[in-house]
Design a protein around this ligand. Structure first.
Ligand code: SAH
Length: 346
């Protein structure tokens, strides 16, 4: 069965027109969907119409299955999809608002050595409605509405490779920013990719205002190939060239993610090499202390060394920060909670 949330506002309008409904029903129904209401709680729409739609469409494609809140207020959600698959999300509270990290696939096929999301490979793509439902469901969980949004920022950094699920992700980006819906500004959305060059080139033509974040994690192909299999397909030079093209077209600063792994990519030489790559366009390096994943056997760099690495970048005039670690005590890194729950269940 299709999800109602897979439909854009305009597509929903067509469906309701086909059912001979007055025009105002569209916004009534879309408002109810944005509030993530159970169909039997939608009281301003005739029950007969709700019944017709329920026979053809799923209203709520996922439910919160489990949530854990850490000492710093970060909440990790595990959602259950209609087919029983589990996906996860993380809610981070900042002074300026709440950021929700959403998943784009069940599992992932990119195989990065440090990432728990990819341990069981790719199970399936999420539909655009299933990605949107994560935002709406948590907004409703926090008692947010459309006018008083509780989710102000979205990052596509949960499990999955967003550009490996291109069409659904693009439709999600348009729907989540639609002012007739939850209306989250595209400027408050970051899409993180391991660097699928062809897709980055396609993305720059979509006329979106989102921030492109690239998971680089290495200053040269030799190191990158050891930790990211995708490096065998695209070289760092190709990735940097495509991000420069993206910057020229969109004028949006590119963010590079760099997880510091002890003895692998955290030397001064690496910092120097990375600085060379960052020359000539607007960018920022986000240094991430590696969240250690038991199954992976890679160790995070010490705090001291991470600071030294950042200072070295700054000496080369590279804009860089160390990302605050949040939710460490609740297995906050990609795929960790799902991996844990799955192994507990099995
Ligand atoms: N597939 C996309 C988005 C998902 S991962 C991508 O590769 O960007 C979101 C970010 O978390 C990526 O930068 C990823 O490399 C990073 N990440 C994954 N596992 C991690 C871990 N154990 N510790 C720190 N960062 C991790």
């Amino acid at each position: 069965m299709l999800n109602l949330l897979d439909l854009s506002y305009d597509e929903l309008e067509q469906v309701l027109r086909g059912l001979n409904q007055p025009k105002y029903r569209v916004s009534q129904l879309y408002d109810a969907l944005v509030l993530y209401k159970e169909p039997n709680k939608i009281t301003n729409i005739p029950k007969s119409l709700i019944d017709i739609l329920s026979n053809q469409y799923i209203f709520l494609p996922l439910k919160i299955y489990k949530s854990i809140t850490s000492k710093d207020g970060t909440t990790k959600f595990l959602y259950k999809l209609k087919d029983g698959n589990l996906i996860e999300g993380v809610l981070m509270k900042y002074k300026y608002g709440n950021t929700l990290c959403v998943s784009t696939q069940v599992g992932c096929r990119m195989g990065c050595k440090f990432c728990a999301s990819t341990l069981g490979g790719l199970i399936r793509n999420l539909t655009n409605g299933e990605i949107l439902a994560q935002v709406l469901c948590v907004n409703a969980y926090l008692e947010g509405t459309r006018d008083k949004r509780q989710i102000t920022n979205v990052v596509l950094m949960g499990s999955g490779e967003p550009l490996d699920n291109y069409n659904n992700v693009i439709k999600f980006l348009r729907c989540v920013a639609d002012k007739r819906g939850i209306g989250i500004s595209q400027r408050n959305i970051s899409l993180s990719t391991c660097g699928l060059v062809d897709k980055i080139d396609q993305l720059k033509e979509e006329n979106l205002q989102i921030t492109l974040t690239i998971s680089l994690h290495a200053p040269n192909d030799q190191i990158r190939k050891q930790i990211m299999p995708i490096a065998n397909k695209y070289s760092i030079k190709e990735i940097i060239d495509s991000s420069k093209r993206y910057f020229i077209k969109t004028k949006r600063r590119i963010v590079f993610e760099y997880a510091l792994i002890e003895g692998k990519n955290d030397s001064y030489d690496c910092a120097d090499e990375l600085s060379t790559l960052m020359r000539g366009f607007s960018n920022h390096v986000n240094l991430i202390p590696l969240n250690e994943v038991k199954e992976r056997g890679l160790k995070g760099t010490t705090k001291h060394r991470a600071y030294a690495f950042m200072e070295r970048l700054k000496e080369h005039n590279v804009s860089a920060t160390i990302r605050r670690t949040m939710g460490e005590d609740i297995e906050g890194a990609c795929g960790q909670l799902r991996a844990k729950v799955l192994s507990d269940i099995q």
